[in-house]
Ligand binder design. Sequence first.
Ligand SMILES: [Zn+2]
Length: 290
Amino acid sequence: MLVTLREILEQAEQGNFAVGSFNSPTLESVRAVTEAAEELQSPIILSHAEVHNDIIPIEIIGPIFIQFAKQASVPVVVHLDHGSNLNIIKKAIDIGFTSVMIDASHMEYEDNIRIVQEVVDYAHKHNVSVEAELGMMTSSGIGGEETQGGEHHATQEAEDYYTDPLIAKDFVQKTEIDALAASFGTVHGIYVQEPNLDIKRLKAIYENIGRPVVMHGGSGLEIEDYVNVIQSGVRKINYYSYAAKAGAQAVKEYIQQNQNLFYHDYTVVAKQAIKEDVKRAMKIFMNNGY
Ligand SMILES: [Zn+2]
């Protein structure tokens, strides 16, 4: 069933679990993620990153998401990831998305607030939930290129981009967003060094804002990291790079071991590998709470 982010995160708050948000830029990944969710009876967020319009445009994948969501036996949110402006937000809402992220985190603080307020005004009128970002998610530079313009690599101290808990409180009060993407040590893409999560900061953010925290760069962590962040207020985990990597790895091995292959064989192999990977993640995120 198709639900809003706000609805599913309320359940996650009550049950002390997190919901996986899976960017799905191919039909194989959409099928892998929804099948995994139905087999585990876990809620999910089907997510389209604006930068993945190069792989598949939102006009094509969006209606597919909606159809899968409506037919699913579990709650499914259809979400826009890292939307850069009001036009793409409006387009997503027209298609039927039930949740949008506006990412103006690279802008000056006052501009970030102003743009997020505009998006919240528009989205809430259409019963659509809003996620916004404060502080900045950096990228390892390998895969996971979800963000627009404000991409930063590890040239500066990562802590410079972390979310300030006091500013977060002000930001959420002024914008009335439904969930906050906060930066506290994860990065987008494949990890080139062990992530060092600032759990104390995360707890302070969660206590200050009084609503769910979103963790980006959420694939490739240790199980204890997931348990810790869920205990500390993370309710939505963006999970993509390592599932995509699992699909590619399975196809590589399949090519090495088999001959006279057809393209459709690769899609079957990739789908199965992505499904196994996201199932493993979903089991951890559910935390026995759902
Ligand atoms: Zn992200």
